[in-house]
Structures are given as C-alpha cells and as structure tokens.
Write a protein that binds this ligand. Structure first.
Ligand SMILES: Cc1cc2nc3c(=O)[nH]c(=O)nc-3n(C[C@H](O)[C@H](O)[C@H](O)COP(=O)(O)O)c2cc1C
Length: 343
C-alpha cells in the first residue's frame, strides 16, 4: 500500500489517513495526540453554525485548535445556507482551518428534529444550496460528511454525491452506513466504490476500519482517495503510526511499551489540562478547576487505554476520585506492568 497525498480543491493533504469528527471524544487534545502519531487530517467536533453567528463563546471554543492540528477541518452543522455561509466566513477569518466541512450524517435526534445532520439527506437540493452558498462566501474548499442514506429504503448517496460535486464541493466523506444504523452493523464499502466510480471530486471512505490492514483493504476495494479511522483510534491513537509503518513495508504492529503508554496517558491528560486552562479564560464561572476537568475528560480515553488489563475493574471503581494529572498517572500505574524504570 502506498499512501498518496489527497487533493481537496486547492488543498493538498499529504497523508490521506484521517481522524473523523467524534463529538465529546475527538477534542483538541485527542486530535493533537493523533497528529503526533502521524494522522493526516483532523476534524473539529460538530459545531452549530447558527450559534457561531450568534457569537456563542461556548460554541467558538469548539473550534479552538493547537498549532499542531494543521491541517484541520472546521466541521459545522445547520440548514440555513445564508447562516452557514456567514459562519464559514468567520471561520475562514480565524486563519486556522484548511477546509470547511458540512455535517450531513449525524443521526442524533436533537440534531435531526431540527432538519440538520442526516436529515439533510432527505433534501439533497438543500445540501446543494448550502454547498453553493458556503463556496461563494469563502475561498477554503468545502466538503460534506454524510451517510449512504437515511435507511435502506432511502439509499441516495449517489445522488447526494452528485449534488455535492455539481454545487462546487471539493470532497465527500462517506460513513458507509445508513443513518438508521447509528454506528452498528457492517459498513457497505460497495457504496463507496460506486460513488468513487461516478465522481471526480475526492472521495473519503469511512466505517468499519478496526485494524491497520483494513486501511489497505478499503483503498484496494473501493478506490477512495482518503480513509477515516474513527472508533479504532480510541485507546489506540498509535494506529496512525501502524498504518504508516505498514505503508512503508513494515509489519504495522508497533505497540507502546507500558512505560510509553504511561507517558502517553500523561501527555494526553496534560494536553487536556492545557485545553481546559485556555477554556477557563473565557468562562465566568468554573464548574471544576481546569486540572480536575482534564481528569474528568480523560476518563473514557483512560478506560480505552487500559482496556483488557487485569485491574481495570479497580480503575473503573476509582475513576470518580481523579482530579489531577498526577492522580490519573498514579491510577494508571497500578495496572501497568514493567514500570520499574518509570519514576
Ligand atoms: C462518539 C462519537 C461521536 C461522533 N460524532 C460525530 C460528529 O459530530 N460528526 C460526524 O460527522 N460524525 C460523528 N461520528 C461518526 C464518526 O465520525 C464516524 O463516521 C463513525 O464512527 C464511523 O467510523 P468508524 O467505524 O471508523 O468508527 C461520531 C462517532 C462517535 C463514535
């Protein structure tokens, strides 16, 4: 497998293996960790375009990035083309993003009842108007992340991809499941191949990659230009390193030693601490001090990092006690072996 750069409009992304948006998990700290392991492109968490226009600082905080998160994509949702174009204009003015991505795939009820996210798949013409308006408002390339349809009776990804291309979109990222399936069940890679055959814009495949070898399989089976790895990065951000190693002819099975994993947990929690400190500067009232907030936010990642280790039950029981970087590391150390050399 060779990892070829992917051209998205005027922007060349050197490594076509990406981290997709994952609300609540792929925050700036985790995205930075993934970039350090060689991820090619990251997407922000889902961000409400209308709230950006209203200048909600809470929403703007979702678009905060570190300098290492380059290139980065601002991932927004909405359904009003003018409002989304205005949000895109303001995002471009930040000067921190390479692409603007429109969410047309989120199946969460709270988003869909407002006619946003995956609900837009039922209105391909509106997707077209949104892409057109945003493309006219900004010079950054515009992309769409979507599903293969609302449900098996409404499989319309070929039509949606055509509309995106004809409206000036530069890439389409496709989570190869129906919105009705949530994140479960098999991903339909044939649907990715079908879109790739028909379209001239970049096609990014997503869904069902659990091992580095699956990246190679997805490229070979579908011909897509880029690949996103979602849940398989949780507790295993080094999968990006494994994929690059595989592409370079290596075994693609690099694993951190226990002491390297402890270092990674410290690094990730520290990045969260820094992120929470930056956020605290904008908040009038703090529910938790930044370090305690970082310790709270690392919890789902910590369970993934330590998954399968004897002693994970104890970690689960003591998660509520965590309130500092040191407490997170001390608890992690209780289940990691071979740490004699780690102070
Ligand atoms: C916790 C979580 C949050 C997600 N949030 C978003 C989101 O905000 N926007 C989006 O387009 N997809 C979102 N997704 C979907 C992922 O981007 C990806 O399409 C999906 O997980 C399938 O890829 P995978 O099989 O590699 O995990 C989310 C997925 C998870 C697990």
């Amino acid at each position: 497998m060779t990892l070829k750069p992917i051209q998205i409009g005027s922007v060349e992304i050197k490594n076509p293996v990406m981290l997709p948006p994952m609300a609540g998990l792929a925050d700036s700290a985790f995205r930075t960790v993934c970039m350090r392991f060689g991820c090619g492109l990251t997407f922000t968490e889902i961000t409400n375009a209308a709230a950006l226009v209203r200048k909600s600082w809470r929403t703007w905080l979702l678009l905060a990035t570190t300098d290492e998160e380059r290139p980065a994509v601002a991932h927004i949702y909405g359904r009003n083309p003018e409002e989304m174009a205005e949000a895109a204009r303001r995002i471009e003015a930040m000067g921190r993003f390479s692409l603007i991505d429109i969410n047309c795939g989120c199946p969460v009820r709270r988003i869909m009842v407002r006619g946003c996210g995956a609900a837009l798949m039922g209105e391909p013409a509106l997707i077209g108007r949104i892409v057109e308006k945003i493309s006219a408002a900004v010079s950054l390339p515009v992309t769409v992340k979507t599903r293969i349809g609302l449900d098996p009776e409404h499989h319309n990804i070929d039509e949606v991809a055509r509309v995106v291309e004809e409206s000036g979109g530069s890439a389409i990222a496709i989570h190869a499941r129906y919105a009705s399936a949530g994140h479960g069940g098999p991903a339909d890679w044939d649907a990715l191949a079908s879109v790739k055959r028909q379209r001239g814009i970049a096609v990014i495949g997503n869904g069902g990659i659990t091992e580095p070898e699956d990246v190679e399989k997805m490229f070979a089976k579908t011909g897509v230009d880029g690949v996103m790895i979602g849940r398989a990065t949780l507790g295993r951000p080094w999968i990006f390193r494994q994929v690059s190693d595989l592409a370079a002819g290596g075994p693609g099975n690099w694993l951190p030693s226990d002491s390297e994993l402890l270092d990674l947990i410290r690094e990730h929690t520290t990045l969260l601490f820094e992120m929470k400190k930056r956020e605290a500067a904008f908040r009038k009232k703090l529910k938790f001090p930044p370090e305690a907030s970082a310790a709270l936010t690392i919890r789902p990642h910590l369970l993934k990092y330590l998954n399968g280790r004897p002693g994970i039950g104890e970690v689960r029981k003591r998660l509520n006690e965590l309130n500092s970087v040191e407490a997170v590391c001390a608890l992690s150390k209780t289940v990691l072996r071979g740490l004699d050399s780690v102070s």
